[in-house]
Design a protein around this ligand. Structure first.
Ligand SMILES: Nc1ncnc2c1ncn2[C@@H]1O[C@H](COP(=O)(O)OP(=O)(O)OP(=O)(O)O)[C@@H](O)[C@H]1O
Ligand SMILES: [Mg+2]
Length: 331
């Protein structure tokens, strides 16, 4: 793990009330005791099935969701105790790129206005300075000539071009940390790599830290330094991406990976369409390890009773599974 983390959570819990008629009947435990850190200039992929809490965790790191408990540190400052005003200032140092480039850009704004908006909201620069910054950001995301694209409306652009506009908007305030939530899943396969390469280039040039939210292990492998596997509101495994994908520790990670070797190394890691069984309800998650009802290594009287802690299994390798209890290496 990178020694100095830029973003770090401590036992983070985010619960949403479930309302029925006139009362609250329960809580969706979307994030339930998450410890995650992202180093400076590091890309961490957050991977897991639909509904496991990835987007909620990503939004929390940007200070956009109020946690029930736990802490979120950004460059040493706990976001959970900041006022709205202080949070707003902090958010200047962060950016976000959403999944859907069609829904995330205001259709009645020109590209120029969309990309300029964060500068206006944060009162950054004079009109002339902002113009220079907007054109530079458009060039940086390869929308050339910048002047030409600046005058367009989103509906005049392709999906890939729109996502480039969203990226230009995300980086215009020179953020240190960017959350990208399934940024390429709605794009054609041929464009995905181009967009991921663009993220890499931006990272190299500006030293940005990324949280890359995805359910696609192939792109996670390509784009991330470290990977965090999420299951039903909890992180079950973290480690360097290549090591986790070639030798997954947690039975859930193993279920996600089709380990049958393929002659083409880039095809070796594909997410199985559906791992056997169903993810649990986040209102009443199973006692003990949340994965135990689906786990081929389930140990009765243990996995269904106790919640496994995160074991350190090797250099930078962590797994929240009792199978690794014996293998724990002491620091
Ligand atoms: N604002 C909200 N109010 C109530 N429940 C919510 C809210 N946002 C998320 N949830 C619930 O929290 C759980 C986690 O949702 P989240 O969107 O974080 O999952 P996800 O891993 O991003 O899923 P996907 O891969 O489908 O995007 C889900 O059960 C979802 O219905
Ligand atoms: Mg999501």
């Amino acid at each position: 793990m990178t020694t100095e983390s830029l973003v770090r959570t401590e036992e983070l819990r985010i619960y949403f009330p479930v309302r029925k008629f006139f009362g609250t009947v329960g809580e969706v435990k979307a994030v339930d005791g998450v410890n995650l850190s992202i180093g400076r200039k590091e890309t961490v992929a957050l991977v897991g099935e639909s509904g496991c809490g990835k987007t909620t965790l990503g939004r929390a790191l940007l200070g956009l969701v109020k946690p029930k408990s736990g802490k979120i540190f950004f460059d040493g400052t706990d976001l959970t105790i900041l006022s709205e005003r202080e949070l707003k200032l902090m958010r200047r140092r962060m950016g976000v790129v959403f999944q859907d480039p069609y829904a995330s850009l205001n259709p009645s704004f020109t590209v120029y206005r969309i990309v300029e908006e964060p500068l206006v909201v944060n009162k950054i620069g004079s009109k002339e300075e902002r113009r220079e910054m907007v054109l530079k950001a458009l060039e940086e995301v390869k929308l050339n000539p910048a002047e030409f694209f600046a005058s367009k409306y989103p509906h005049m652009l392709s999906g890939g071009q729109r996502q480039r506009v969203a990226i230009a908007r995300a980086i215009i305030t020179k953020p240190e940390f960017v959350v990208t939530d399934e940024p390429v899943s709605m794009l054609d396969a041929s464009i995905r790599v181009e967009i991921l390469l663009l993220f890499r280039e931006i990272q190299k040039k500006h030293g940005v830290s990324f949280l890359y939210i995805t359910h696609d292990l192939a792109t996670a492998k390509y784009f991330s330094d470290r990977i965090a596997i999420m299951y039903a509101g909890r992180i079950v495994e973290t480690g360097p991406t290549k090591a986790v994908l070639s030798e997954p520790l947690h039975p859930y990670t193993q279920a996600l990976i089709d380990a049958i070797p393929d002659p083409d190394p880039s095809n070796r890691f594909v997410m199985r369409k559906i791992p056997p069984g169903q993810p649990p309800s986040l209102v009443n998650p199973p006692k003990g390890c949340r994965f135990h009802p689906r786990c081929p290594f389930f140990m009765q009287g243990k996995c269904d009773v106790l919640e496994p802690p995160m074991y350190r299994v090797g250099v930078e390798r962590f797994s929240a599974c009792f199978l690794h209890e014996e293998k724990v290496t002491i620091k």
